[in-house]
Structures are given as C-alpha cells and as structure tokens.
Design a protein around this ligand. Sequence first.
Ligand SMILES: NC(=O)c1ccc[n+]([C@@H]2O[C@H](COP(=O)([O-])OP(=O)(O)OC[C@H]3O[C@@H](n4cnc5c(N)ncnc54)[C@H](OP(=O)(O)O)[C@@H]3O)[C@@H](O)[C@H]2O)c1
Length: 341
Amino acid sequence: MEGTIKGAELPVKAPLLTLASGAKIPSIGMGTFGSDHNSPGEVSAAVAGALRVGYRLFDCAAVYGNEENIGTVFAEAFASGLLRREDLFISSKVWNDMHGKGDVLLALAKTLRDLRLEYVDAYFVHWPFPNYHAPGCDGDARNPASKPFSLKAFMRVWGEMEKIHRMGLAKHIGMSNMTIPKMEAVLPLCEIKPALIEMEMHPAFQQRELFDYCLKRKIQPIGYCPIGSPNRPDRDKAPGDIIDTEMPEIKAVASTHNIHPALVCLKWQVQLGSIPIPMSVNERNYTANLRCVTGAPLTDAEMASIAGADKNCRLVKGQVFLWPGAKSWEDLWDINGTITK
Ligand SMILES: NC(=O)c1ccc[n+]([C@@H]2O[C@H](COP(=O)([O-])OP(=O)(O)OC[C@H]3O[C@@H](n4cnc5c(N)ncnc54)[C@H](OP(=O)(O)O)[C@@H]3O)[C@@H](O)[C@H]2O)c1
C-alpha cells in the first residue's frame, strides 16, 4: 500500500506543469492552513519534513498566522545549501483586511519579511471582497462592515497586484474564491491577467464549469481542500456535508489500486490538470500524498466514475463574509449566474 516511508526513495520528484508565462510549477503542492487546530510550529515542522520528502510548492497566506515559522524553515533550507530559492514555488495571499489603498504592497512586504524571501512565485487576492473575520471565529460571526462584491473596489486591488508584479515582488498574480460571473466582469479590465486561480476542488465539489473556464483561458487552477478538508474549522462544517473519502466511487477506486481514498482524490485532480495542495502534519500522509502522483494513473473508466459522482457540495461556504442584508452563503457564489449585490 502506498504510504510507507522509505528514505532511500526520497526525495520524490513531482512532474512539472508549465504556466502561461513559461514558468514551471509542480503538479502537487502542500497547503499550510492549520485549520485552527494545528499550531504554527506543527505546520512549519511539516513544511520542513515536506521539503525533505520532495515538496517544492507551498501554499501560504498571511491569515494562516504561521508565515514567520515557515520562513525560518525556508531560510534554514537555503542556508544548508541543499536547496536554492529557484527550486521552490512559494505562494501567499493578501487577506481581506488589506484591500485599502496602498495595502497590497504593505501586506506583501510583511509576508516577504515573515517568509524571509525577496519575492513570492505567486500572490493571490484571497477573497474578492474586503470582508474581514477574526481568525478562529465561529460560523455565526458576522462583520457589520462587510460589503458585497464591487467591481470598482476589486479592480483597484487588482491594480495594486499588477504593480507588485511589475516590481518583481510577485512573479505571478492570481485570484481565489472567484466565480464565472466575477471572472467575466474582471478579466476584460485586467492589464495583467491572473496566471492562477485558487478554488475549492474535490470529488464531491468539482466546479467543472469554472475549472474548464480557467483552463480555456490558460489560467492554471489550484485546488484547495483536495481531500475534502476532514479537519476543517467548525465554522466550515454543515449538516449534510459529504465526506469525500467515504464516497462509494472513491472507495471503489481506492480498493482497486490498494491505496487510501485520500490519494484517489489527489490522483484524480492531478490527472485533470489541476494542482492540489493537500495539507498534512503527518509524515506518512504527506509523503504518500506526494508520492501518489508518480504511481499508476487512474483509468479512463475510473476518472469517468469520479466525474459522475460530483455532489456540488461546497465545504468552505464563507458565510462569515456575508454583508448586512445578504440572504445566505449562496449569495457569495453567484448561484443564479449573475453577481449578487
Ligand atoms: N484559497 C482559499 O481560500 C483556501 C481555503 C481553504 C484552504 N486553502 C489551502 O488549501 C490547503 C488544503 O486544504 P485543507 O487543508 O483545508 O484540506 P485538505 O488538504 O483537503 O485536508 C487536510 C486534512 O486531510 C488530512 N489528510 C491529509 N493527507 C491525508 C492522507 N493521505 N490520508 C488521510 N488523511 C489525510 C490531514 O490530516 P493529517 O494532518 O492528520 O494528515 C488534514 O487534516 C490549505 O492548507 C490551504 O493552504 C485555501
């Protein structure tokens, strides 16, 4: 069964994809959100272990509260001489409380200082509105200052993203938690188009339309919660949420390949051309997650059976970002095909 750690076979080399810029990016990375359960020290220890086993792509964010710890790990890796900066693809994100005038540069400066880097490979707008929630808040928390999406406000933030890209501080810029109606509104106005889109993606929530929309425009999708985020914060848990690793279609493929269902979720996503960023603080799990992309591929029939198993079950509903007057979390996701205001 995949998952046994054998040092002699490390590090694992994940196949690379090519972005529209021509830059290379690993086909799988590691997430670094401790989900309000794993401490900054636990996550940064996992990043150190992940570097050893072969991860070269790391998805960071200021709001995860651990960039300083992770920065120490990167600095030690470079100082050891075993890794060069250009061997890694490191991304981070501007949090929702930094959408004010001049804030993107300030936010990135702090991230660069914390991660101890001179540039990030990708910088994302974490959410497309300035709606702040405190780390660790519960699902009923609401900020009365929250606002619906505003094209004008978003484009001002994007203009600052374009500036930090031109300054060489972010090699690529991207968006996260977008919808097709929002993409349709913003793309014609971008001087520099997003190179990457980060979106929730797992077998029970495939977002095929958004995924295909991005691929068609040479925007690389990065899939978050790729295993269905079993330890996500309580605010992101709702009755009726599907557990990906317990879906019969996933278990059937796992049994055929003699692998854990979590690895089926990852192999499926990599084969589609998305880049999953699973998080784990468990060495056996994160090693298996990386290694599975070099193992036997899923068959066309297995890919088709997973495609047919989509449950449209969004896990990160984002209700804590709702503005006064909004009806439900669905207002954040433009369900009826137009931007909800
Ligand atoms: N852009 C955004 O708004 C956004 C939103 C959410 C997440 N993200 C990013 O996406 C990353 C991944 O999402 P996520 O962490 O929520 O969910 P996830 O990667 O789907 O699930 C992580 C959980 O799965 C468990 N796990 C990992 N590998 C496993 C394996 N092989 N077998 C069994 N269990 C396994 C881990 O537990 P163990 O630690 O015990 O292995 C961990 O608790 C985040 O860390 C973050 O970087 C971005």
